[in-house]
Write a protein that binds this ligand. Structure first.
Ligand code: SF4
Length: 954
């Protein structure tokens, strides 16, 4: 079997006169350990081993120092920031921002970008326009593309946007100066320093051999090329023709570049190895419905390893660390040795949740007659934890029962202290300066309690280490006073990123590792979990203050490079593997539909061409394709009663236009969502996708106009009002929308990271454009804005139990009156059509592109008129499609239009009312017909993005 590290060790052994005179440099320590291990097995007599280093060791060795830890550096950065900024925010607010800035400084130095130019040009758009002489044509074009998206916005917003970055250039310089004085450094600084003084490096006594590199930073490239050219160093590439020779294959991105280089090019073998395609590998893919199913599948795949085969020839790759424990728990009994190499987030550990709850408790204490009383919620969490229950379960149960039975809101310290020593320790009121010693003592107590649970103890140890570091850093930084809130926020922020590093004995037993940990290692059998987009490769998201195009123009890595690194890591695993099992999930996770990794799709296409019969697609979850129908049982009919008006004139709930659209799209989907109550997972995402973007724009407009009404005490908006609205009120309205949406605190300016800040400014552009359109149609009178008003009506239908009234309700984004016409406005972010051929088409569930937006806005007409039966003004359905607001001929109105015929504008819902009611009535009568089951749609296209497709097997 091919094994890059072993083969190279063999080669070095054969070609080197004395291993003592050799330094082997690898990308990481783990590859170094494996290399040494292979070398050890190849040598049969006592001899000196070569020196094995990581590339980091080489740089730090020449720099004569190692970088300081991030926390210390962020403190230092904050101090410098404070000198530059008259009113710096508190340290905890600065912390995340500081992490991002530090990461950017690191990139700027690692990739030898000119910090002055880069930060200057981020901040000074004017200079960008005038002095571009130092940039190449390509760079100028990239930067222009970026700034052009802001050109349509007014000056003030541009300035505010730019201010965000203005501090960075002076901060970079001042930070460098302060590090020089303190003697501290971050890694990029050391790398740049070494790269700038390569000419001063003396020719080493030993021969340097670089192994297994794929993507260099600029500084690494400079150093390695210098060593090859000046000192005769060697480099061995872990490369394959499969992805290198295919110009479209992202995995070969770097190699293709290096092969063109005058120094690196000649170091590649004349003929690239063709490992992937020359092998008869068994490649299988598996679709599993849920993430957790993967663990069982891994277990059964491991069962099949032949007894005589060494376990270390198999690796399980876990792109998502959350699968680690399920996989460990599903291992077959015969696997008695496992080596885990990956980081597991401490924040997922139960003991961290406990510590967090302890701190949370401190935030809700009241004092009565000198005695602290604790708020019930955190107390309930703590008393329900395994830690306190394991000490005194009876007591915990007793107090919990009392809280419930007596509806206790606060519980006294005296009462809680009765549980025992640990309870006395935990339940006390602390001042800010007592928090560090308190947590240290508590951790020690917990460690004692957990002495039989090595894993939890390890977590605790990791927490303890972090806490001690935090404490030491604070002790050095005397000017930072710590209040309780500050401490709690900082504790959370620092621990967010901490991982418990699992590093077992290499090469013993089954190997379980993260993606990047597998670099340079070769295995006979590879099992990869989570082969889903967003997991492997991970979703895009460089957390950086520097926008993509600027990063790219200045040679800093962007997503494309990250993708190439992940793609290489994936394809490299295929170099040696004789058996590859790749598992992906089809279920939606965190609201995202389970989409299989593009690597799988690529391989299917690529290998189909050359090795078609070698790719075996085995969906283990071959779901039944039998149609699903849910008959209307008495209990379902009972649930449907909730939408009907009862004898008291009220209904429990009402049909919204979305519910009716769902019913029209698919009866089963309606059943699952509205009757069975199977909710779609709520998505918590910092990514700004189109849906989030639309919501943010929509909330911003709501904030803007409701703010106007509050300030001016009038609902009439004149054309003259728009100048001020556009100049002064867009920014706060958008800012508030973003903060509310992401639950960020007010005034926390720095928490809007690069992405959100960019989104904020882009949304401002859209909102401004809507206002420009509104100004052109003003004056108009605002009647209602979103939440503040619900419109409702009822519709009589015939059921088996006689005539009944169905409740209908809806929230209209905005209702206004323009020239005597009432506009029922819906803001949309997608590409919704504003034409429909006729009412039949709106109710035709067989149509793939039924116009839901038209159905919805006509429904608004029905409920508006129902709420205001006295109304005689025309009701005009209006769709503000944000994607179209920049079009010169933007027209938000609805048209009845067939094919290429000229459309007829819908001027008044009332013209459609009788027919619309008839259609709706028919639809609702069908819904209440016990004979018609909830069945699956026949239009498969509708299943594509349906969250229930797992259940349906569609
Ligand atoms: S997957 Fe298709 S059939 Fe199933 S509920 Fe969704 S839309 Fe209906």
């Amino acid at each position: 079997m091919h094994n890059f590290l072993r083969n190279t060790a063999e080669k070095i052994l054969k070609e080197s006169e004395s291993l003592r005179e050799v330094v082997v440099v690898l990308p990481n320590r783990r590859a170094g350990l494996f290399f040494t291990q292979h070398m050890g097995t190849l040598i049969d007599q006592p001899t000196w081993m070569p020196e094995v280093k990581t590339i980091e060791d080489v740089f730090y060795g020449f720099a004569g120092k190692r970088p300081a830890d991030d926390l210390t550096l962020i403190f230092e950065l904050y101090r410098v920031y404070g000198d530059l900024h008259p009113e710096p925010e508190s340290f905890d607010r600065f912390f995340f921002w500081g992490e991002m800035i530090l990461k950017d400084f690191n990139d700027v130095d690692q990739f030898m970008a000119d910090p002055d130019k880069l930060y200057h040009h981020l901040a000074e758009i004017k200079e960008l326009e005038s002095d571009l002489s130092f940039l190449t044509e390509n760079q100028i074009e990239l930067i222009r593309q970026f700034w052009n998206s802001f050109i349509s916005q007014d000056k003030k917003h541009q300035e505010k946007f730019l201010k965000f970055w203005q501090v960075l250039k002076p901060l970079y310089r001042a930070f460098q100066a302060s590090l020089e004085v303190s003697g501290l450094a971050y890694s990029g600084k050391l790398y740049r320093q070494v790269a700038l003084s390569l000419s001063e490096i003396q020719k080493p006594d030993k021969k340097y051999i670089f192994l297994g590199f794929n993507a260099f930073t600029k500084t690494e490239e400079l150093l390695i090329k210098h060593f090859i050219k000046e000192f005769g160093a060697e480099i061995h590439w872990d490369v394959d023709a499969y992805y290198t020779l295919d110009g479209n294959q992202e995995a070969g991105l770097f190699f293709r570049e290096y092969r063109k280089d005058s120094i690196l090019g000649p170091t590649f073998p004349k003929e690239l190895p063709n490992l992937i395609q020359s092998k008869d590998s068994k490649i299988k893919t598996y679709a599993t419905p849920l993430k957790v199913n993967q663990a069982n599948l891994v277990g059964s795949l491991l069962e099949q390893i032949p007894d005589q085969e060494a376990l270390e020839e198999t690796v399980v790759i876990l792109p998502d660390e959350q699968l680690l424990f399920p996989v460990l728990h599903s291992l077959p009994e015969r696997i008695n040795q496992v080596n885990v190499t990956m980081g597991y987030p401490v924040k997922n550990a139960p003991v961290y949740a406990f510590l967090e709850a302890v701190l949370e408790m401190q935030r809700f204490i009241k004092i009565e007659n000198g005695e602290p009383f604790f708020y019930h919620q955190p107390i309930k969490n703590l008393l329900s934890s395994t830690y306190l229950k394991s000490v005194n379960e009876g007591f915990c149960k007793g107090v919990l029962g009392e809280i419930q039975a007596m509806n206790k809101v606060y519980i006294s310290r005296t009462e809680l202290g009765k549980g025992g020593k640990l309870f006395e320790l935990i339940f006390q009121k602390l001042e800010a300066d007592q928090l560090f010693p308190y947590l240290s003592t508590l951790m020690q107590e917990l460690a004692e309690l957990l002495k039989d649970d090595m894993l939890q103890r390890n977590y605790l140890f990791q927490c303890f280490k972090q806490l001690t570091r935090l404490r030491e850093t604070f002790e050095k930084e005397e000017q930072f006073s710590v209040d309780r809130e500050f401490f709690i926020r900082l504790f959370r922020q620092v621990f967010q990123e901490v991982k418990l590093p699992f590093e077992g004995e290499p090469l013993r037993g089954l190997q379980i590792m993260g993606v990047l940990e597998s670099r340079n290692l070769d295995f006979r059998r590879v099992i990869i979990c989570n082969m889903n987009e967003d997991s492997f490769p991970p979703s895009a998201g460089l957390n950086s203050m520097i926008p993509f195009t600027i990063r790219r123009a200045f040679g800093l890595p962007v997503q494309e490079q990250n993708d190439a690194i992940y793609a290489y890591t994936f394809y490299r695993l295929l170099h040696a593997a004789e058996e590859v099992h790749m598992i992906y999930t089809t279920a939606a996770d965190q609201g995202k539909a389970g989409e299989k990794s593009r690597y799988l799709q690529q391989m299917e296409v690529e290998l189909n061409q050359d090795l078609s019969e070698e790719v075996i697609y085995v969906p283990i979850d071959q779901k039944s394709t039998d149609a699903i129908r849910i008959e209307k049982t008495p209990s379902i009919l009972q649930t449907l009663e909730r939408y009907l008006v009862g004898s008291d004139g009220h209904s429990e709930t009402a049909f919204s236009p979305s519910a009716l659209n769902v019913y029209l799209d698919c009866r089963l989907k309606f059943y699952l969502q509205y009757i069975a109550g199977i909710k779609e997972k709520e998505e918590v995402s910092e990514e700004i996708d189109a849906g989030v973007f639309g919501n943010l724009a929509h909330y911003s407009l709501e904030n803007l106009y409701s703010g106007f009404i509050q300030r001016k005490k009038r609902t009439q908006i004149e054309e003259g009002d728009f100048a001020e609205l556009r100049k002064n009120w867009i920014f706060p309205a958008v800012e508030k929308a973003i903060r509310d949406f992401y639950h960020l605190e007010d005034e926390a300016e720095t928490k809007l990271n690069g992405q959100l800040a960019i989104a904020r400014d882009v949304i401002q552009g859209y909102v401004d454009q809507v206002l420009a359109y509104d100004a052109s149609t003003a004056p108009f009178r605002l009647i209602s804005l979103e939440k503040e008003k619900k419109y409702q009506t009822t519709l009589e239908i015939n059921t088996l139990n006689g005539a009944r009234r169905v409740a209908l309700r809806g929230i209209i984004d905005r209702v206004d009156e323009l020239n005597g016409v009432i506009r029922l406005i819906d803001y949309k972010s997608g590409g919704d059509q504003k034409t429909f051929p006729d009412l039949d088409a709106l109710f035709d569930r067989g149509l793939e592109k039924r116009n839901k937006a038209a159905m919805q806005t006509l429904f608004y007409g029905l409920i508006y008129q129902g709420t205001h039966p006295e109304n005689t003004a025309p009701l005009k359905p209006t769709i503000f499609n944000l994607k179209e607001v920049f079009n010169d001929n933007f027209d938000p109105y609805l048209y009845q239009k067939e094919g290429r015929k000229t459309g007829i504008e819908v001027l008044d819902y009332k013209d459609y009312d009788p027919d619309f009611q008839t259609k709706l009535k028919e639809l609702l009568e069908e819904l209440y017909n016990p004979e018609i089951p909830f069945d699956q749609t026949e239009v498969l296209k509708k299943c594509e993005y349906c969250p229930y497709k797992e259940i349906c097997g569609r």
